[in-house]
Ligand binder design. Structure first.
Ligand code: LMR
Length: 356
């Protein structure tokens, strides 16, 4: 096992124990206000300065991924512009908790911010799987147009029942396939293979239509599962494959762009509502800046990762052409037939319009 992964596992174990003790950063826990949000407290009797509000930002990718860099930029700007008032603790690489746990913990205010990939919000509403509908979004621009517009509004309202508030949409990119067994050039090549998926029935069905099977698994477990042959392949963005070192444990990559992996940046509704208004306003301003830069990083870093993996020559790479894509679209049509109602036909129409 690579040293990086061993260290990662140790870090996860350590931080989970700290998290269980309720003091992930080793710092005194913030007092909770009536609504459960951590607020600035001032000990007037002792005339002590107020403790800063602590924002724990937990995510699963590496610090040099588009999400990791943006989380660090957010920390830097917050601590410059709200010095002494707000402190941000960033926990990358699943050091604090995985995305499923994050989504459960945000409403409880044990962690305050995160950016799980959209499909992982399926437990709150099946519509979040829209990003997994095969070949639906045809570009980054289309994806942002949908999420920044009416589509994002609809999904943002759905988050309320999960106790979450949508703050922004951060990007990563299109997903591509990799595996250790055969070059994947046509739908028939997938027969009998096992693929790791993030979560959800749409991805199960996507692989079922190709005669393959899906094994949902946390991101932190994927490298070892690929290495040990627990699964044959996976689907992810260029940058996630690169920063996780999948080229060391996969022989073939197919550039397919068949689905999307991007991030609703979320916080707990109670935490957000409990913040003093001036702080909330400043955080919103900072997030506009960070989001613009995050999207540039998503584009740049994915392109750079693809070039890097191409040049390293460790994986054999096949780029689907227009005819290949047509065959995959036909083969995967049952995914639309089965899930359009659950995801919402209107929402799918909005997504299609964003491609225009
Ligand atoms: C995955 O689990 O593959 C992704 O959601 C990881 C991420 O956050 O990009």
């Amino acid at each position: 096992m690579k040293k990086r992964h061993l260290l990662g596992i140790l870090a996860i174990v350590l931080s989970l124990s700290l998290f269980a003790m309720g003091c992930g950063s080793g710092q005194k826990a913030e007092p909770a206000s009536k609504d459960g949000a951590n607020t600035q407290s001032s000990d007037k009797a002792a005339d002590k300065p107020a403790d800063p509000i602590v924002i724990k930002f937990a995510h699963v990718t590496s610090p040099d991924s588009p999400k990791g860099k943006a989380a660090d930029m957010f920390k830097q700007l917050v601590e410059e512009r709200l010095a002494g008032k707000v402190k941000v603790e960033v926990y990358p690489s699943t050091q604090l908790l995985n995305d499923d746990k994050l989504i459960q913990e945000l409403p409880k205010n044990t962690v305050q911010m995160g950016a799980p990939s959209a499909t992982k919000l399926v437990g709150i509403d099946p519509a979040f799987q829209i990003v997994d509908l095969p070949f639906l979004f045809t570009s980054d621009e289309a994806l942002y147009k949908f999420f920044d517009g009416e589509g994002g509004k609809v999904l943002s309202q759905k988050l309320e029942k999960g106790g979450l508030k949508l703050l922004a949409i951060w990007g990563n990119g299109s997903k591509h396939f990799s595996n250790s067994k055969v070059p994947l050039k046509s739908p028939e090549d997938f027969k009998g293979l096992k693929f790791r998926t993030q979560t959800g029935k749409v991805l199960d069905e996507q692989f079922a239509t190709l005669g393959a099977s899906a094994v949902p698994m946390a991101f932190s477990e994927v490298y070892v599962a690929l290495q040990q042959g627990v699964v044959d392949g996976q689907e992810n963005t260029f940058n996630n494959m690169d920063t996780q070192g999948y080229e060391e444990v996969q022989k073939y990559m197919t550039v397919s762009g068949h689905g999307r992996l991007d991030y609703p940046l979320v916080t707990g509704q109670k935490f957000w509502d409990g913040l003093p208004e001036d702080i909330r306003t400043e955080l919103e301003k900072i997030l506009v800046e960070v989001t613009a830069q995050q999207r540039l990083w998503a584009d740049e870093l994915n392109k750079a990762s693809y070039e890097k993996m191409k040049n390293s020559g460790k994986m054999e790479i096949y780029e689907l052409n227009a005819d290949d894509i047509k065959k995959f679209q036909d083969a995967m049509q049952p995914v639309y037939d089965k899930f359009s109602d659950a995801i919402g036909k209107d929402l799918i129409e909005l997504a299609k319009k964003s491609n225009e």
